[in-house]
Design a protein around this ligand. Structure first.
Ligand SMILES: [Ca+2]
Ligand SMILES: [Ca+2]
Ligand SMILES: [Ca+2]
Ligand SMILES: [Ca+2]
Length: 398
C-alpha cells in the first residue's frame, strides 16, 4: 500500500516535471521568404514514448539570413496550419535591415490543446518585396517543437468585467499602474461582455492620459506605452503616443466619424483605429517608452522612469464594471502608496484623500445624489460613494 502511494506520488510529479517538450522536427534548409516563399510540411506522430499527448504550444528556433540589401527582418512571416485546420501567423524577425538574426519563438496553438498527429503546413513570405527575382531572406536550421504546456499568463491585477458606460466622456474605470522600478511592466486582466466592432456604434477605448502629468517629456513616466494581449499571449494591439503628450491610446469598435470619442489633450480621440475587440478576456500591459511587446506575454521596457501611470477605460459596451477584487475603494496599499493591493484599510483613505484634492479621476467615484459613477466634479458625493464602496466590498477585504 505504502509503495503504491509512493508510486502514485512519483507519477503525479512526473506528470508535472516532464511536461514539454514533446516532439521536435527539422524543417528543410535554406527556406526562401519570397519569389515565391517556401512552403513545406511536417508530419508529427502525436505520441511520445508510446503515449499520445495533446499540444499546447509551438516553438520555432533557427536563423534568419538577409539575402537582399535593404530587406527588413520584420518583413518575414510564416503561416502555420495545424492538422485540424487551425491557422496561426508568426512574425519571424524583429527590426529593420540586418545580416543574420537568430530566433527562439514560442506561440500558443490556435484552439489549444489540440491533437498534433498529422500533417502541418508551413508557408513563408516576405511582406515587402526588396529584391524582385531574388529571395529577400532565407531561414536556416529551422526546428519546430511541440509542447503540452499551456502558455502561462502574467501576474496581473484583475479588473474583472468592464462595461456599462453611458457613452459620455467619463471613464467607466480608472486605475493606476504603479511603476516602482525602471523597466517595470504592470499587467491588468479584464473582460468584456460584448463585441466592440468597426462599423458599429459600440466601442472600447483605453488611454493613459492624465491632465495633471505636467510638461510632457520623452522617456519620462508620462511617456507611456501600452498593449492589449489575448489570452493565448498574442498581441492584439499596441500604442505609444496616440493620446495627448506622449500618453497612449488603444481604441476599438465604432469608427464612423459621427461616433468618434473626444480627444484628450493634443492626442487623437477614440476612432476605432485598432479594429475589433471581440467579447472575451484580455490582458493590458502598461510601461514606459521604450517598451517592446511580443508574444507570448513578453513585454519589456528600457525606461528608467518610475512613478504612477493613470489608466482610463472608456466604453459603451453592456455589462458592468467590477474593478479589482476588493472593488473601487481599493486605491492604496501599505505606506499610502497608490494602487490596489486587494486589501481595504487606512491606506485606502489616505490615497483617496490625496487623489481627491489633486482631482485625480480615481477619486471621482460619485455624482449628484451620491450615485455611483464619475461626473467630473470632486465633491461630497465622491466621499459618500467611496465609503459605500469601502464597506460593501467583501468582508474578507477588510
Ligand atoms: Ca523584404
Ligand atoms: Ca508614449
Ligand atoms: Ca488597499
Ligand atoms: Ca464626482
Amino acid at each position: 500500500m505504502k509503495a503504491e502511494m509512493m508510486m502514485l506520488a512519483l507519477l503525479a510529479c512526473a506528470g508535472t516535471a516532464f511536461a514539454a517538450p514533446r516532439e521536435a522536427m527539422n524543417a528543410p534548409a535554406a527556406l526562401e521568404t519570397d519569389d515565391p516563399g517556401s512552403t513545406f510540411s511536417l508530419t508529427f506522430t502525436g505520441s511520445q514514448g508510446g503515449s499520445s499527448y495533446t499540444a499546447q504550444r509551438i516553438h520555432l528556433t533557427g536563423t534568419l539570413v538577409s539575402n537582399t540589401a535593404g530587406t527588413w527582418a520584420s518583413d518575414v512571416e510564416m503561416d502555420i496550419t495545424t492538422p485540424g485546420g487551425g491557422m496561426l501567423t508568426v512574425l519571424m524577425g524583429t527590426g529593420g535591415t540586418y545580416a543574420t538574426q537568430s530566433f527562439d519563438l514560442v506561440r500558443a496553438l490556435p484552439g489549444a490543446p489540440i491533437s498534433p498527429a498529422g500533417e502541418w503546413q508551413f508557408a513563408l513570405r516576405d511582406t515587402f518585396q526588396d529584391g524582385p527575382g531574388t529571395p529577400d531572406s532565407l531561414i536556416n536550421d529551422l526546428v519546430v517543437t511541440l509542447d503540452d504546456e499551456p502558455q502561462p499568463a502574467p501576474a496581473a491585477t484583475d479588473l474583472h468585467e468592464i462595461g456599462g458606460g453611458d457613452g459620455s466622456d467619463v471613464p467607466v474605470l480608472v486605475t493606476n499602474a504603479a511603476i516602482d522600478s525602471g523597466g517595470q511592466i504592470v499587467w491588468f486582466k479584464f473582460s468584456t461582455a460584448a463585441d466592440a466592432l468597426n462599423g458599429t456604434t459600440d466601442y472600447f477605448d483605453v488611454d493613459t492620459y492624465n491632465p495633471d502629468d505636467g510638461a510632457p517629456a520623452v522617456g519620462s513616466i508620462n511617456d507611456t506605452m501600452i498593449a492589449v494581449y489575448a489570452v493565448d499571449g498574442s498581441v492584439v494591439s499596441e500604442d505609444d503616443d496616440s493620446s495627448g503628450d506622449y500618453h497612449s491610446l488603444l481604441t476599438f469598435g465604432a469608427d464612423d466619424p459621427a461616433n468618434w470619442r473626444p480627444a484628450h489633450g493634443n492626442g487623437y480621440g477614440g476612432d476605432g483605429f485598432n479594429g475589433d475587440l471581440v467579447t472575451g478576456t484580455y490582458y493590458l500591459a502598461v510601461g514606459c517608452y521604450a517598451a517592446n511587446f511580443d508574444a507570448p506575454f513578453i513585454a519589456t521596457s528600457t525606461s528608467a522612469a518610475t512613478g504612477t501611470i493613470l489608466v482610463n477605460f472608456y466604453t459603451n459596451l453592456p455589462g458592468g464594471t467590477t474593478g479589482p477584487a476588493c472593488g473601487l475603494a481599493d486605491v492604496g496599499g501599505v505606506g499610502g502608496v497608490a494602487g490596489a493591493d486587494n486589501h481595504l484599510d487606512n491606506n485606502d483613505f489616505v490615497v483617496f484623500i490625496d487623489f481627491f484634492f489633486n482631482h485625480n479621476p480615481i477619486a471621482d467615484q460619485g455624482s449628484t445624489g451620491g450615485a455611483p459613477g464619475a461626473d467630473g466634479a470632486w465633491d461630497n458625493n465622491d466621499f459618500v460613494v467611496f465609503i459605500d464602496n469601502f464597506f460593501t466590498a467583501p468582508a474578507s477585504c477588510r
